[in-house]
Structure formats: C-alpha cells, structure tokens
Design a protein around this ligand. Structure first.
Ligand code: SER
Length: 595
C-alpha cells in the first residue's frame, strides 16, 4: 500500500462517517507564541476544542504535517522522526468513546481498509489515579470488540493522558493502539508496554476534563475526541517493514545517500570510538536516518511559505541546527556536498501530497545551499582556530565547531582533549541559553517537572533579592536546576557574609508568603530591554517573553525568560541557601533548595 493510498483511505473512511476533510495547516503555528512548530494534528484546532464553532461542523478529519523536536535525540532509530504526518479525526462535542474506538479498530483491521492482523493488536487505557478516574468505559468498549484482557493494559497518566496544550485547558485520558512488529511465531499472549516490538500506532484522546488554574482536573460538559496516527509508522507496519526508512517516504533518500557516500545503509563504519580499550563499531543506519530525517524536516520548513530561513533564533535556529546536523552526519559517512541532490529527491516524493514544495523549490534549494556553504566556512575557520590550540568549548560556542570534529582532529594529531571540562562548560552554557529560548527543541506540550518549575521561579526571586542585598551590579552568569536544587552564578566580588545570606533568604521567603502571581507577556525586545533583566551574552529574537513576579505596576522581579514557572509564589514552600562559594574571579555561586 502506498502513502497516497493510506491518506486517501483514511480520509474517505471518515468522510463516509460524516466528517469534513480539512487541509493540513502550516507547520508554523499562527497566533500561538507558546510553540515554534505545529507538533500534532490537534494543535491548529485548539480554539475549536476549547469551544469555538468550527465553520465546517463538529466532525473533522485531516492529514497534518508536524514537526517535533522534543524527540530529536531518538531520531536515528527505526521509528522516530522530527518531521512526520499525522492522520486525525475529531469530534467537537459530538460523538465520543464508543464511536471513536470502534471506528479506529474497524479502520485498522477491516480488509476494506488497512486489513491489519487482529492477532497483533493490543491497546492501553488510563488506569486512574487520585486526580481522575479509571477509564472504565474505554476498557469495556475494547472488551466488547473482542480484545482479551491480557491485551488491554491499564496505564498511568504518564502513558495514557494527553494535554492540556498549555498550563490549563481541555485534556483527558487516551487509549492507545499497538501493533506487534516482531516475528509472527513469537506474538506474545499479553501486551507489555516495555517491549519496543509492540509499536504504538494510534492514539485516541478523550478530552473530558479541564485542568484549572489550581491544577485540579474537573470533568467537562463539553467532550471532544482528538485522534492521531503517524503515517510513516503505519506505512511501515502495513507493508511489513521493520524500519520506517525502508518505506517509499524515505527509501529513495537513503538510496541517493548511498550513492553519494562510501557506505551502504547498514554497513558497519570503521572504528568509531574506543571504550574501555575495546573497539566499537557503529551501524551506519543511524547516520543515513538522521540525515534523511533532518533534511526532510528542513525542506518542509523552508517550503512552508512562511519564509523561515536559517538564523540564530526561533524557527530559523531549529532549521539551522537541523541542516548543520545533517551535514555533520553526512561528513561522517564521507559525503561532501549533497543538500541539493537530496532536496530534489524529497520534493519528488512529496510533490503530489504537498504541492507547496514544488512551488517553492528554488527558495528551498537556495537556502539549503547557502547554509551548506556558510557551515563550510564556519568549519574552515574553526579548523584554523583548532590549529592554534583553542579550547574546544570556545571553538564550539564562538565558531560553531562541533565537538565531534574537534575530537576527530585531536585523535588524528594524537592529542587529548578534556571532554569532561567541555561538557561541564556546555551544561552551564545551555542552562543559560535555555532560560532565554526554552522550548526551542521541545514540543510546546512537553510537561516540565513540577519541582524544577518551582526552583526556576525561586531562581528569579533569588536574583532580585541578591540585587537588593548586594547591589545592582549583580548579574546572572549561569543557572542550573535539577529536581533537587537550584544553582545560580552571579557577578559579585566578595564572599557573602552570614547576614547577607540570611537577608536574601528572608526576602525570598517574604515574597513566597506574599503569594505573588507569576505572569508573562510577549513584547518587542527593544521595549523589554528597558524594563526587564536579561543576559548580555545571549542573542534574543525580535519578540521576547518577559516573566514578572508581582502585581501590575508593583513587580518584584521581571526577567527575559522562556519559562516555565509556577503560577503563584505560594506554591514554592520554604527557601534555603545551602552554600555560597566562588566560581571564578568576580563570580559567585549559590546552591539553594525549597523544602
Ligand atoms: N494529540 C494526540 C497526539 O498527538 C492525538 O492526536 O498523540
């Protein structure tokens, strides 16, 4: 079955069941500053899920192009991608679990549609916890369909819950469908969520709760269904491939890469690294997959008619990273320049389903080629600096020179580089840029840990308190937060006295006791610079987010920051400084906790 056939079958199936077909929205969300890209089919529909009337009615279906960079480190395996297409059907306060589940099952298994083997299907439902009930209804519906109890897993929120899209809003339990992709003589009787051979293929979300500002899940009158099924995985499963990259949506790219490189997909690359005195070989599939995935995502971002080009912020920054990462992996399998050739292949695959790619072909090609040339220059410059013996961290941050290349060069010259030192400096650097551009590599729906969120808000209070106690010269130099503690580096030349530390603690705890609201606004950078604290070694976009703590006109703190934060300082508990020490000349470090 081809991808065109699957798209068509899906849309026809739901059209026959009263759904109106809507076109894919842009990859760049409109009017939604909380995310850089459309990460799921539900994204462009959020206003309608919240109750606004959709002009086409209450039943919708579509194929939505999506980009998720939250999983970027998983790309390289057989089934994760940054760019993918999501098939979805929606009920806006219309049908609910019974119809949605029955239709999902029918579409998957009926010979008229996908005709998947019923024996290889397993499902999961929400188990219930102190905040929301066990989804018994879905469980029963699956039983009625004929799925045995051993094939219906009851799983916690972590697995079987979706949303809300922001801090508050519609959300609910979901029911996921899995397909056994292992050998046919090894199909297990029971479903086991830990076994990757049970591949998740479809997710039916039942939005029947609203998470309110107190964090409470209230049952909603208004119930929606949001389903999402990844096309690439489905295509592989339907055609019996154990690897999405072997499907027609990727294979022509892989073949072209084979032609351009010294390797075949799956060859073992020469010694990759030496670990505990053992030579480790690397499976080249990872390289092929990352290049194919990243260039495909780049072609779609450039082809999206929003004029996004590689840059140092926002969507442009993600685009730049994707392209440069692809080029870097290309070099590792011996490919020199290739973006033009691969782009041609990608456009060929998608030109019917997404005509915008063909229409914007020149724009896409020009930008990819330019970025390839720019990166080439960066590498050349970096190489010169490397020869001068510059610190790998400076090479990376100032010249964009990848650490892997530094390592390779050092190895060739028989030099050693201090990786530990590099990673330590990187961790601090990243924390710093994350506060400025958080979310860049995350989907907007990613949920930040509660503890880190609290400590993040406490860090803003600490920053403001230090400026009161020590003086306005105090500037943030670095910040690192784990679930247990915060660490904050700032400019100040003397060791803090016991009284100073006590005073800072008192102020922070006072602000917690005052139950101050935490809010953010988006504003032009030039305006924001006049009113809010920001870092001087950071590049910000034209529009920035400013987080404030306090009430209108009476703010205790205002900082450039990507969030996330708690909603009110009353959530923080008791603030305590554990340690105050020097990091380098003129820079001090505080470690603190919230009990
Ligand atoms: N929103 C859900 C998902 O992305 C279902 O579409 O998985």
């Amino acid at each position: 079955m081809t991808s065109d056939e699957i798209r068509k079958k899906f849309l026809d199936f739901f059209e026959k069941r009263g759904h109106k077909i809507i076109p894919s929205s842009s990859l760049i969300p409109e009017n939604d500053p909380s995310v850089l890209f459309t990460t799921a089919g539900m994204h462009p529909l959020v206003p309608y899920l919240l109750g606004e009337k959709h002009p086409l009615g209450k039943r919708l279906a579509d194929v939505q192009k999506c980009i998720r960079t939250g999983d970027i480190d998983e790309v390289g395996d057989y089934c994760h991608h940054t760019f993918f297409e999501m098939l979805g059907n929606w009920s806006l306060h219309d049908y609910f679990k019974k119809e949605a589940i029955n239709w999902s099952y029918e579409f998957l298994t009926s010979p008229e549609f996908l005709g998947l083997d019923k024996d290889r299907i397993a499902v999961s439902v929400f188990a219930g916890d102190e905040s929301a009930d066990f989804d018994e209804e879905s469980f029963r519906i699956w039983q009625e369909i004929g799925i045995g109890e051993k094939r219906i897993a009851k799983l916690p929120k972590k697995n079987n819950w979706w949303g809300p899209a922001g801090e508050t809003g519609p959300c609910g339990p979901d029911s996921e469908m899995f397909y056994w992709v292992g050998d046919s003589d090894k199909i297990p009787e029971s479903f086991n969520d830990d076994n990757p051979l049970w591949l998740e293929i479809w997710n039916d979300v039942f939005m029947e709760y609203n998470k309110n500002s107190k964090g409470i899940f209230e049952k909603m009158e208004r119930k929606n269904v949001d389903t999402g099924m990844g096309l690439e995985r489905l295509l592989a499963v339907v055609n019996g491939f154990d690897d999405n990259y072997k499907t027609e949506l990727f294979w022509p790219i892989i073949e072209k890469l084979e032609e351009l490189s010294k390797f075949k997909y799956g060859d073992k690359r020469d010694i990759e690294y030496i670990k505990n005195d053992e030579q480790c070989w690397v499976d080249t599939r990872k390289y092929f997959r990352i290049i194919a995935d990243h260039l495909k995502a780049s072609v779609f971002i450039l082809g999206d008619e929003k004029g996004i080009t590689p840059s140092n912020n926002g969507q442009g920054y993600v685009l730049r990273r994707l392209i440069r990462r692809a080029i870097r992996y290309g070099k590792q399998i011996g490919i020199k320049t290739f973006t033009k050739e691969i782009t041609e292949v990608i456009i060929e695959i998608y030109k019917n389903a997404y005509p915008e790619l063909l229409k914007n072909k020149n724009f896409i090609l020009n930008n990819l080629q330019q970025e390839e040339e720019k990166f080439e220059k960066t590498l050349e410059k970096g190489l010169k600096e490397f020869e001068k013996g510059i610190d790998p961290f400076i090479l990376f941050t100032t010249y964009g020179f990848p650490i892997e290349l530094t390592e390779e060069l050092a190895k060739e010259k028989g030099q050693k580089i201090d990786l530990e030192d590099f990673h330590r400096k990187m961790a601090e650097h990243q924390k710093l840029s994350q506060t400025a551009s958080s979310g860049m590599f995350k989907g907007g729906l990613a949920d930040a840990g509660e503890e880190t969120k609290k400590l993040h808000t406490a860090t803003h209070l600490l920053n403001a308190a230090l400026r009161i106690v020590l003086g306005e010269h105090v500037m943030q130099r670095g910040s690192n937060i784990t679930a247990e503690r915060l660490r904050f580096d700032f400019t100040h030349s003397a060791k803090m006295t016991e009284e100073e530390k006590k005073k800072v603690e008192e102020i922070v705890n006072q602000k917690i006791a005052e139950k101050l609201p935490v809010n953010f606004v988006e504003m032009p950078r030039v305006e924001a610079e006049k009113i809010a604290l920001h870092s001087f070694n950071e590049k910000y976009g034209e529009m920035v987010k400013v987080y404030s703590i306090g009430t209108d006109g009476n703010y205790f703190s205002r900082e450039f920051c990507g969030g996330p934060h708690v909603l009110n300082t009353s959530e923080l508990g008791h603030f305590k400084i554990l340690k105050e020490e020097a990091v380098s000349a003129g820079v001090r470090r505080i470690k603190a906790v919230l009990d």
